[in-house]
Structures are given as C-alpha cells and as structure tokens.
Design a protein around this ligand. Structure first.
Ligand code: GLC
Ligand code: MG
Length: 722
C-alpha cells in the first residue's frame, strides 16, 4: 500500500480524446490508443492508492471537430479527468504535424503545474509525441517517467519500406526522423516501459539501440469482460442458432469456432484444408467460420473477396457441405452467444493466423469458458502461459493443426480443466483492475527506488528538500569565472545563504562547456546547480543529472549553418580556432589576435554577404564566440523565465565580463562584482544594474542585500536600484 496516494499525470497528445462517446475510428489518430488511455485513466482513478489522475491532451478549437475538444477540463470518473491545454495552431492537426509545437506544450504544462502548486508523482506518456513531452517534463521536474509506445516508428518505417514505398517519401510524410529520435531518447530515459506482449518487447522494442529490456514491464491492456462470460443466458437466440444450423447436417456436434477478418494473414484457408484433409476431425466436430460480412461477394474489397472466394472453393473441393458454416454476416451482439454456445457443447476456439501479436478473440473465448487452439506466436503464447487453457499450433503445418484440434476435442477431462482455468485466469490477468494492481505495484517499487537515490543526493547537497526549479519562487544565476569562483570565504558565505533559501533556484551561466563547468564547481565544493547555462548560452542543462534542454536546442537552431560559418571564417586573419572541446554544436570559438583581426563589423558584413547569420560575442580581447542569433546567456535566462513562469524581476544575475552583458540589462536584477572587466563600464547608468562594492561571491551577496532578493518581507522591488 502506498503511504501517499499517487497523483498520476498521463499524456496522450494526438487524436480526438473525450470521455463520452469517444469517436473511435473517426480518423487514423483516433483509435485503440484512445480507448486504452481512457480506460486506464478511469481504472486508476478508482484505485484507493491513487489520489488523482490527469489525462493531458491537446485543446482543439476547430468547428470541424466540435466543441467538446475545446473544453479545458472534463471529468472522467472518480479522481480522474481529462485536461486540455492549447498549443500550436488552434485547428485540428494530424499527429505528424504536431512535432514542432510540442516544446510549447512542455511550457504550458509547467505553467499549469506552477499555478496548481502541485506536482505529479509520476508521468505516464503514450506514443512518441507524448513521450517527447513527458521526457522534458520528467527531467525538469525530477519526476519519473513511464512510457507506453503503442506503436513504434522503426517498425512502421520498416513495414512501409517492405511494402515498396520510397524512403524519402515516407520520411517526409510521417516525420520518422523526429519520431525515432524521440523514441530512442525516451527509451533511454524512462524508468519503466510498458508493452502489451513479450513479442512487442523483444521484436519491436528490440529494434531500438537504447532500449533496456530490464526496465520493461509486459502488461496487457484490460478487457471489458462484462459482455463475455460463461454465466450468460442459457439459451441461444434462435436467430443466431439458425444462422449456423442451416449449414450443418449434425448441428449438435461440438464446434470448432474461428472469428477474424477475411485477411490473408488470418490463414483461414489452411484451417479449412486441415479440416478437409482429416476425416476423423470431421467426425468429431463442425467447423464454424465467422469472417466478416458480405452481401454480394463481387462487391467486397479485393483482397477480402479473394480470401472468401478461396474459402468457398475449398469447401467445395473437399465437399464439406453440411460440415462447415460460413455465414454471410453476423451482428456484434451475436458473438458472445456464439462463444457460449460453443463452450456449452464442448467445442474449441481456433486462431490459425500466420502471426498474432495480441489476440483479443482468444481472451473473449477464454472468458466464455471456451478452450483455445492458437498459432504459436507472441500473443497466443503469452495468453496460454497466463491462462493455461489450450494448445499452440504451427500455422504452416496442416496435418499437425488437425491433429492438435482432435486432441483438444477428445479428452473431456482436460477440456473441463481448460475451460475452468480460462474463465478464472483471464480475469486475473486481463482485466483493468488486475492491470492497475500490477501497474501500481511496479510504480510503487520505482518510486521507492527514485526517492531513495534522490534523498541520497540531496543529503549530500544541502540536507534540505528543494522544490524542483519549475516551482522555485526566485532564481539566482551567476557567471562562474571571476564571479561565483575566486574567493573561498565569500563563496562559502553565499552557499550558506542559499542553503537557507530552498525557495531560490540556483543556476550558473558560463562560457565553459558543461563538463568543464561541472568539474570546476566540484573542485570548489559547489553542489550541482538546478540549471546550467553553458557554452555562452548555447546549451542549457538541468541538475542533478545534467540533462539537456532539447527545446532550447530546437529554438536556437534557427538560421544556424555551422559548417558554412566555419568555412567563411577559415582564412580570416587573426582568428585561430580554440581547442576541439570548446567547439560545440551551436558554438564556434576562436582565439583572436586583436592586432590582425578585422573589425567586428567587417566580419559581420562578410558573413551577411554570404547570407549567413550569427551573433558574434567578443570578450577579454582574447575570445570570439560565434553563436546562433538566438543564443546568448541573456536569451537563455529569458527562456527560463518564460519556461518556468517566473517573472524576470525574480531573477538575480551576477557577472563580471562581456558575455554577461545581455543578462544584466532589462528587467533582471543585475549585479556586477567589483573585479569586473572594463567592457562592462558602460552599464553604469543602466536601470537595475548594481555595481557591488565587493569582488566575487561577496559582491553577489552585496547584490542580494541591495535588492532584498528573495526576502519575503520586501514587497518593493521596483525602485530598489538607488
Ligand atoms: C570561456 C570558453 C571559451 C569562450 C570564452 C568567452 O572561456 O571556454 O570557449 O570563448 O569563455 O566566452
Ligand atoms: Mg566571468
């Protein structure tokens, strides 16, 4: 039993999700996954160990899809609701077009959570798009992520290639690059991956480099068994009985029942042939095939017509008139009765498909007390292992198929054991309550584990539980070299101040790489900050795992042509590339010889002539950094303010040199330490830039006092810049 009932945050981004009359099948994005997440959210909400379930999806304002999807909130049941947040354009979009808008959803969720003042215990994402959002949130909030893929990009891409489609065309249509990259990332990060079958785990997830089967839980979705049970009405609707009986000489014989679409993969022809070639089997039982609906066979879709024609021809070839029933149509509500009828008369259900990843009909049969004979593929294998109610067959071996069916039909004691086992065990393994029990047991274990490691790292750090950055009330962002570091005494005073202020988020902004920043901080005994802005603002990481903010990378990539820029600057006099480790995806850095280097404006012109865009940051008369237009320490700070919903005037920023300028100006509370370098002199008259009377960390502390920063009693911030 969980000590604290859980708050579970589910994310399922695409398609049309609503709690009442879900519009399943309305389009390609509104299918099985939608049923799954709705059922799961409701079932979780009912559980006593769960206090709240939010199912997050997209808010859509589009007359084409109706007003239900524009409601920000919809109750699903006890403790469960749908939460809709808008992102991207208002209109409905198919899922391949959502990718560019997902970072915005991340931000919307952060604002939502801040307003709500409550963080979930676990994030459960569904499909790659939500996986991407869940991954970002999980990192930012320090909340573990659970992920269910539902279907995987690599598998779909392979299927399309196998069917003869061209790689370039399908990549454009389905955005596979984004999808697969996101999937790899989620598979590496998520604490738990849920798959429906072992086959899905091994064969589909097995196509991913960063998938770790140890973190995978095979947990089939729950089935609604209220329609399927052995305990239903004793008699069968005469209409249903007639539908079958009119085909048969001896309708009282046990039936071999099968139910599937008339698709080649379902291998129904092999079943008729197996039956047709085995007279002993024909003696034992009739064969009843429910294979979709047909009016005039000639009107049927081409492959379906071909399958049904083959079946009819086989019946004729083996002269199975009076022994095989192949009704033209049946109603949905007839199906439970047929299972039950077959079970009452000692029959079996057979699924001879060539491949069967799941096998819903097998579960329905089991619930009805009808033993099963099924193809030896992933789905049936799992089902038989769980339910112990029948036998496996090789779908390509007709003789063995017939023999197995005979075997299943002839031992009545074993038949009874199977029938009973199936009824009992299918509910234990495949109902939503059973699913939720197993789910919560695993989540409980996972939370226990993560809480333990978190406690350990926090104990090392400060001993105080800090809220994650998205809930911080204030943020202190400092440059490293010559600002935070330089004076040990001042540093230890500053760190002590921080320890007493858990509501203050702590970050650094530096020209160093993330590795070198982490290293020098460690050397000075500074705990990993909540956020690290590195490489002059071109990268953002979050502690304690130093996970990178991918949203930031996407945002600054705009107009960035690194190779062309490097080429254009290659023979520029006075510029020499810095060492390899300083060259980053979004940062080209040079050492300069100020005597030989052309004026900055000339370099800028040269780049502009070649239609190249970059921002040039010159510091200490030694360094030239070439960055994307959108990247700088200042932009990064503003991005964080936006992302975490924290106003800029809640940010105290401290620095000493040229690349700190942008974060000083504007609404932030700027602090310049007294050992600053000359290029900052021009900020003297700037609004909200405080020139501290002390160097290094002592200077930062002076700034804190000056602004009465993070002082709950200080209401007036405006005008503090005396
Ligand atoms: C740091 C970086 C260097 C950069 C300089 C100025 O020293 O290591 O690559 O050029 O800051 O921003
Ligand atoms: Mg510095």
């Amino acid at each position: 039993m969980q000590k604290h009932p859980l708050y579970i945050f589910m994310i399922s981004v695409h398609g049309l999700i609503r709690g009442h009359d879900p519009e399943l099948g309305r389009d390609a994005d509104t299918g099985g996954q939608i049923t799954y997440v709705l059922d799961l959210a409701r079932a979780l909400g009912f559980h006593p160990e769960v206090r709240k379930v939010d199912l997050l999806t997209r808010l859509i304002e589009d007359p084409a899809v109706g007003p239900d999807y524009a409601e920000p909130e919809e109750v699903l049941g006890p403790n469960a609701r749908i939460l809709r947040l808008p992102f991207g354009p208002k209109r409905y979009l198919r899922k391949e077009l959502l990718w560019n808008h997902l970072d915005q959803l991340v931000d919307r969720v952060l604002h939502f959570l801040r307003e709500q003042g409550q963080l979930p215990d676990v994030i459960h994402s569904h499909y790659a798009d939500a996986g991407y959002v869940g991954y970002q949130l999980s990192q930012l909030l320090g909340v573990p992520q659970i992920h269910t893929g539902h279907s995987l990009g690599r598998c779909k891409r392979q299927r399309l290639l196998d069917s003869g489609r061209k790689a370039t065309a399908i990549d454009r249509q389905f955005n596979f690059a984004r999808r697969i990259a996101a999937e790899e990332q989620v598979l590496e990060h998520a604490a738990l991956i849920i798959t429906s079958t072992t086959q899905e785990r091994d064969e589909q997830y097995g196509m991913y480099q960063r998938f770790n089967p140890k973190r995978c839980l095979v947990l089939p979705p729950g089935i609604d068994f209220t329609r399927f049970s052995a305990a239903g009405a004793k008699t069968v609707d005469p209409r249903v009985k007639f539908m079958i009986d009119r085909f048969l000489h001896e309708p009282c014989k046990p039936m071999i029942l099968t139910l599937s679409r008339p698709a080649p993969r379902k291998n129904l022809l092999a079943l008729i042939e197996a039956y047709g070639e085995d007279e002993a089997l024909q003696e034992l039982a009739n064969l009843v095939i429910l294979a979709g609906h047909r009016g005039d066979l000639r009107d049927l879709e081409e492959t379906q017509a071909a399958v049904v024609t083959e079946l009819l021809l086989a019946i004729d070839r083996y002269d199975l008139y009076g022994k095989v029933a192949l009704p033209k149509r049946h109603a949905q509500e007839d199906v439970p009765q047929l299972y039950r009828f077959a079970a009452r008369h000692g029959g079996v259900f057979v699924n001879p498909a060539l491949t069967e990843p799941f096998g819903l009909t097998l579960l329905e049969a089991a619930a009805s007390g009808l033993p099963i004979v099924a193809t030896q593929d992933g789905g049936p294998r799992d089902i038989l292992a769980n339910c112990g109610n029948g036998l496996l067959i090789d779908p390509l071996d007709k003789k063995a198929m017939a023999a197995t069916l005979r075997e299943a039909l002839s031992d009545s004691r074993r038949w009874k054991t199977w029938s009973k086992a199936g009824k009992r065990r299918v509910v234990r393994h495949y109902s939503w309550p059973a699913h939720v029990d197993a789910y919560l047991k695993n989540v409980g274990r996972l939370l226990h584990r993560t809480r333990k490691t978190r406690r350990r790292s926090l104990a090392l750090a400060s001993g105080l539980e800090r809220p994650p950055l998205p809930l911080a009330q204030w943020a202190l962002i400092s440059d490293i070299d010559n600002t935070l570091l330089g004076d040990r005494q001042g540093l230890s005073e500053l760190l002590e101040w921080l320890t007493g202020k858990p509501e203050v988020g702590f970050g650094i902004a530096t020209g160093r790489t993330v590795d070198s920043a982490a290293k020098v901080l460690r050397q000075w005994g500074v705990r990993t900050p909540d956020v690290l802005i590195t490489a002059v603002g071109s990268e953002i990481y979050y502690g304690p795992d130093l996970s990178r903010d991918e949203g930031w990378s996407h945002y600054i990539r705009h107009l960035w042509r690194r190779n062309d820029l490097a080429g254009a600057l290659q023979n520029m006099p006075g510029l020499r590339l810095q060492k390899r480790s300083e060259q980053r995806e979004f940062k080209l850095s040079y050492r300069v010889d100020p005597q030989r280097m052309p004026a900055l404006a000339d370099i800028e012109n040269r780049l502009r002539e070649r239609r190249l865009h970059a921002s040039l940051i010159y510091s200490h008369n030694q360094f030239l950094d070439v960055l994307p237009l959108r990247a700088s320490k200042g932009h990064a700070v503003r991005y964080l303010a936006y992302k975490f919903g924290l106003p800029l005037e809640r940010f105290l920023v401290a620095g000493d040199s040229g690349n700190d300028v942008e974060m000083m100006v504007g609404d932030t509370l700027g602090v310049i330490v007294s050992n600053y370098s000359g290029e900052l002199e021009h900020l003297r008259e700037q609004h909200r830039v405080y020139f501290a009377p002390f160097p290094y960390a002592l200077g930062i502390l002076a700034g804190i006092h000056h602004y009465r920063f993070a002082d709950a009693a200080a209401t007036m911030i405006e005008g503090n810049n005396a």
